[in-house]
Design a protein around this ligand. Sequence first.
Ligand SMILES: Nc1ncnc2c1ncn2[C@@H]1O[C@H](COP(=O)(O)OP(=O)(O)OP(=O)(O)O)[C@@H](O)[C@H]1O
Length: 244
Amino acid sequence: MIEVRNLHKRFGAVTAVEDVSFSAADGVVTGLLGPNGAGKTTTLRMLYTLVRPDRGAARIDGLDVAEKPLEVRRAIGVLPDARGLYPRLTAREHARYAGELHGLSGSLLDKRVAELIELLDMKDIADRRAEGFSQGERMKVALARALVHNPRNVLLDEPTNGLDVMSTRAVRTLIRRLKEQGHCILFSSHVMQEVGALCDRIVVVARGRVVAEGTPDELRARTGKESLEEAFVSVIGTDQGLMQ
Ligand SMILES: Nc1ncnc2c1ncn2[C@@H]1O[C@H](COP(=O)(O)OP(=O)(O)OP(=O)(O)O)[C@@H](O)[C@H]1O
């Protein structure tokens, strides 16, 4: 469960996030949708304790991100915007290393890593070094690393960015599975089709502010638009940066 209340963050003269509030419940896929520069990544970075909010608060499973950063990090799995892999480690070694950092070991870790390799369809790359991996392969490794400790809350920054159709489908299937298992999933995207295909609730952000929030049906009803696409354009005021 993620609760964000009145978050603010400035970088010098740039206000990246201005009074952002929303909640993301367990067993629900919540999408943070907005054009480039809207403040999605900065919001996620505050949630995963990389950036300290100037004002406001965020809680993950009741833990305040500024007061309990270590506990928060244990309760979340993060796919950050920079996927940085170690070129000399294999896909399996990446997942194992992340698991060890979370205190997993022995047969429990072996089993979990094998499960993720199966789930993410990574068998053919599992024991290859990451050097030279394609974008989709890198994404799968980063996802395995994010999920190895079976975190209750999963934060994904643009998880399907640059993926082909098959890899996008694999990521969508994984997200649906996590939802069925009761995880809280928050993902950011600037692609409205992606958010429309996956999300139960959508938080629309533009220029650092939440401009609309609700289920796809609620957003359509509120704007009086038949398609979700038209509803988004209506709340943001432009379709710039929201189409793939
Ligand atoms: N470390 C930083 N220093 C200075 N400005 C920053 C920093 N991080 C973000 N910003 C600025 O804050 C604003 C919001 O950026 P952010 O990355 O949060 O947007 P976003 O919605 O994730 O965009 P995108 O879809 O392009 O990733 C932008 O104007 C960006 O240039």
